[in-house]
Design a protein around this ligand. Structure first.
Ligand code: ASP
Length: 329
């Protein structure tokens, strides 16, 4: 489908018009995509800068996008100051830090782990699931057992960290053990990369929603929700309230919009819009998407302002603010 047709189906007369759905002002979407140079890596939020540096050490020396995204998000997993990725993350409501991650490459090979405790690098275990098993996803105790058999070690430091433990105890007092969506308490690193050969891969890893119900798994390790790659089209990754992303198969929906002719930002806009339509009354529901197409063009869009992403390619190493529908009040 041509871009014009795609935009018409979205109800837009042309690219760049301002919409006013749901009593809110959407920022103009753009059909003229950013980027177009590769190798390239992009990832969610400020901590994406360090993660991108990790990925860049592989991309800039001719390595594969797949190795780059694995190494890149592992940087964030090791950062114990990060409260929403890796073992520095906030626990569930029973005090356990449980981790979710997945990885996918240009020819649809993928691996994932969910509800995993005590390992520093869930992304490495997800990659091993992809490379060494006929399966896509392992969860919980079985995933841990398999990882140990494969030579991955459990960490030997105390988790949750003391500061995290104190916050958790405070939360327990205030919340009366009720899990809820709190915008301060969730985050993910989602990364998309294109290597010098033009191949795309992606990775996604998180400790999920803070104080979630024990056993809860979000969108991040679910192929098609938190991450999706199609080597013929491009890739997408999500950040934000996982339940809302899963309900629309978010990352896969973004890639399908690009397949129909949307530029990356338009595709992210379309799916963010769809989520907003399904949750018109929900305040504080933050969801954002990042997308990359096979030309190395990229874009993002989010429900609320404040979602930014880190981009690195030749001549650029910095942050970009995603456009958004709503403004935090
Ligand atoms: N998507 C993650 C989850 O729902 C959290 C986030 O990205 O904010 O587990």
């Amino acid at each position: 489908m041509s871009r014009r047709r795609f935009l018409k189906n979205l109800g837009l007369a042309s690219a760049g018009v301002t919409l006013t759905p749901f009593n809110t002002i959407a920022e103009n979407i753009s059909s003229s995509a950013l980027g177009g140079k590769f190798p390239l890596v992009l990832s969610t939020w400020n901590h994406g800068m360090e993660a991108n540096a990790g990925a860049w050490s592989i991309l800039s020396t001719g390595g594969s996008a797949l190795d780059a995204v694995q190494k890149g998000v592992a940087v964030t997993e090791s950062d114990l100051t990060n409260r929403s990725v890796g073992l520095g993350g906030r626990p569930d409501r029973d005090g356990h830090v449980t981790l979710d991650a997945c990885i996918m490459d240009h020819d649809s090979k993928c691996g994932a782990v969910a509800f995993l405790e005590d390992f520093e690098h869930p992304i490495d275990i997800a990659r091993a699931v992809m490379d060494r098993t006929p399966h896509v996803m392992l969860v919980g105790r079985g995933a841990a057992q398999w990882a140990l058999q494969q030579g991955f070690d459990k960490v030997n430091f105390q988790v949750p960290l003391r500061e995290v433990q104190q916050d958790y105890e405070e939360w327990l007092k205030k919340s009366e053990y009720k899990s809820g969506v709190n915008v301060e308490n969730h985050d993910t690193i989602g990364m998309l990369a294109m290597d010098a050969n033009g191949k795309i891969a992606g990775a996604c890893t998180t400790s999920g929603m803070a104080y979630k119900v024990h056993g809860r798994v979000g969108d991040s390790p679910i192929i098609g929700s938190g991450l999706f790659i199609d080597g013929d089209v491009g890739g997408a990754t999500a950040t934000g309230v996982g339940e809302a992303v899963i309900r629309v198969s978010g990352a896969s929906a973004v890639v399908e919009a690009m397949r129909r002719g949307a530029a990356p930002e338009e595709a992210c806009y379309e799916v963010t819009h769809r989520i907003l339509k399904k949750h018109p009354e929900v305040n504080g529901l933050q969801v954002g998407f990042l997308a990359l197409n096979t030309k190395g063009e990229y874009g993002g869009y989010s429900v609320y302002d404040g979602f930014n992403f880190a981009v690195r390619h030749e001549g650029q190493n910095g942050m970009v603010d995603a456009k958004h529908f709503r403004t935090w009040k």
